[in-house]
Design a protein around this ligand. Structure first.
Ligand code: FAD
Ligand code: UQ1
Length: 445
């Protein structure tokens, strides 16, 4: 409440600042001007643009989306590709097919921001002016930050793969299927990553696959052809204690070796080399026969080096209102934002309506009256046919949608598996990107 009241107090100033800037923008050197420019046509950019359109307050070309990509991928589905449950092609759609004809799509990247002038500069040098700016370009995958990783991934003959990219996610299941015995190693790096639960989802599906193939016996690991290790930068299995407890139990039950506080820094042939995060100076080298890597991730440099970024390189917005801390007509949601919660598309389902509501209030000179509580979720595949549905808010406090039905979501269930495998991909393309899906709130608009 305090935070909201504080923001609301600023919104009056914000409204007057915005209207004076509007006049400036209209005489600027911009090639085109729009009421709202949305940077990024990912989960956040598409949901927000279409929700803005659905308010009925915008007409043809009032809202522009800027995105250099020809395609949009349902990234949460790449875990299913890694488990052989979907193809990457079925999860991909042409970007232009997802953008309403009332929106202007610039198929270009944003290079720089000039928030004092209400302008962005595109890759081709064009300038685009705005009254309000939404910054949602996601985060970048920094393959180079693990020595030897780009080469190991690109070489189709190596047993090294990752679900964290379109090019590589199908190599994951190929490697798992072909694996007959030896050391299987799954990693999670230090720093910010999208959906930090995904690497262990890949591991649990692989384990189940090898179990069904008779290559892994959780009750007799010593005599199994395959051994499995999980090397994670965290000191625990998952960042939220309630779910971590279940996952740690599963790990022990299933004979998976844990390498806590290990951060993969190099791949050298069949050796994975780890820095230790427990204060030990010495690196650890582990031989592998199959390696699933999560690359390091971080803010795009065009965000990090911009006036919109905080010290860590994320778009510096208020935790509750999603409005920029310095520029009152700039907003952010999704992975690129500074919002201190796990970076997921599920989080975007709760962020988008808050951002839209607050922007509309701001445009109308009213107090900001919507607040984001940090909701995020990680549907954790624990085997084929079962998912533990972690849902939590700021502070890692569980906020479970199905608690009202007396369901404990830390228990892996078949119904959640069908949500993850069938329902979420369907509702994502049929509703979420079109602006009619509110996540735990169900259908909106
Ligand atoms: P993105 O969806 O990544 O979109 C960013 C967009 O910005 C892209 O279209 C990109 O082309 C564009 N862009 C980049 N640079 C520029 C530029 N210079 N100018 C303009 N546009 C630019 N989430 C879940 O909820 N549940 C899950 O189970 C889950 N599992 C995941 C598993 C994997 C393997 C991965 C990779 C992600 C997973 N996620 C999951 C996370 C989820 O996909 C992201 O959190 C979500 O897509 C973030 O949305 P976003 O719009 O911020 O970024
Ligand atoms: C969700 O809405 C969603 O988007 C379609 C997901 O996929 C990316 C999710 O993983 C989750 C958990 C939600 C949240 C919705 C419910 C009903 C729990």
């Amino acid at each position: 409440m305090h935070r909201l009241a504080f923001s609301a107090g600023r919104s009056v100033n914000a409204a007057s600042k915005v209207s004076s800037l509007r006049t400036f923008a209209s005489v600027s050197s911009a090639t085109r001007n729009h009421k709202v420019v949305v940077v990024g046509g990912g989960s956040a950019g598409l949901a927000i643009s279409h929700q803005l359109l659905r308010t009925g307050k915008f007409t043809q070309d009032d809202i522009a989306i800027v995105d250099p990509s020809s395609y949009h991928d349902y990234q949460p589905g790449w875990t299913l590709v890694g488990g052989g449950l979907k193809t990457k092609e079925e999860l991909r759609k042409p970007m232009s097919s997802l953008v309403d004809s009332k929106l202007k799509l610039y198929n270009q990247g944003v290079n720089t921001f000039a928030p004092e002038e209400n302008l962005v500069t595109l890759g081709n040098g064009d300038k685009v002016g705005y009254e309000h700016l939404v910054v949602a370009p996601g985060i970048g995958i920094k393959y180079d930050n693990i020595k030897g990783l780009p080469e190991a991934l690109a070489d189709q003959s190596t047993p090294v793969s990752t679900i964290y990219g379109y090019e590589t996610c199908d190599k994951v299941f190929r490697n798992i299927k072909e694996f007959r015995g030896g050391e299987a190693l799954f990693t999670l790096p230090t720093g910010v990553v999208k959906c930090a639960g995904a690497p262990q989802k890949a591991m649990w599906l692989a384990l189940d696959h090898w179990k069904k193939a008779g290559l892994y016996d959780p009750s007799n690991v010593a005599n199994s052809p395959i051994k499995i290790s999980f090397a994670t930068a965290l000191p625990v299995m998952f960042g939220v204690p309630k779910y971590s407890a279940t996952l740690e139990e599963l790990r022990k039950e299933r004979g998976v070796e844990a390498m806590f506080q290990h951060d993969l820094v190099e791949i050298n042939g069949d050796k994975a080399i780890f820095a230790r995060l427990d204060g030990s100076e010495e690196k650890v080298s582990k031989r592998f026969d199959l390696l699933h890597v999560v690359p390091k991730m971080g803010p795009h440099s065009f965000i990090k080096d911009s006036p919109l970024a905080n010290a860590a390189g994320f778009v510096d917005v208020e935790d509750a209102t999603l409005r920029h801390k310095k520029f009152a007509n700039v907003w952010s949601a999704g992975d690129a934002s500074s919002l201190p919660t796990a970076k997921t598309a599920a989080a975007v389902t709760s962020q988008a309506p808050v951002l839209v509501q607050n922007m509309v209030q701001s445009i109308e000179g009213k107090e900001l009256n919507a607040a984001y509580d940090g909701y995020t979720s990680c549907p954790l595949l624990t085997e084929y046919g079962k998912v533990l549905l972690a849902e939590f808010k700021y502070g890692g406090q569980p906020k479970e949608t199905f608690a009202k039905f007396g369901v404990d979501q830390a228990v892996p269930r078949r119904a959640f598996y069908h949500l993850k495998k069938d329902f979420f991909p369907w509702v994502y393309y049929n509703n979420m990107v079109k602006g009619t899906w509110g996540g735990p709130k169900g259908w909106v608009w």
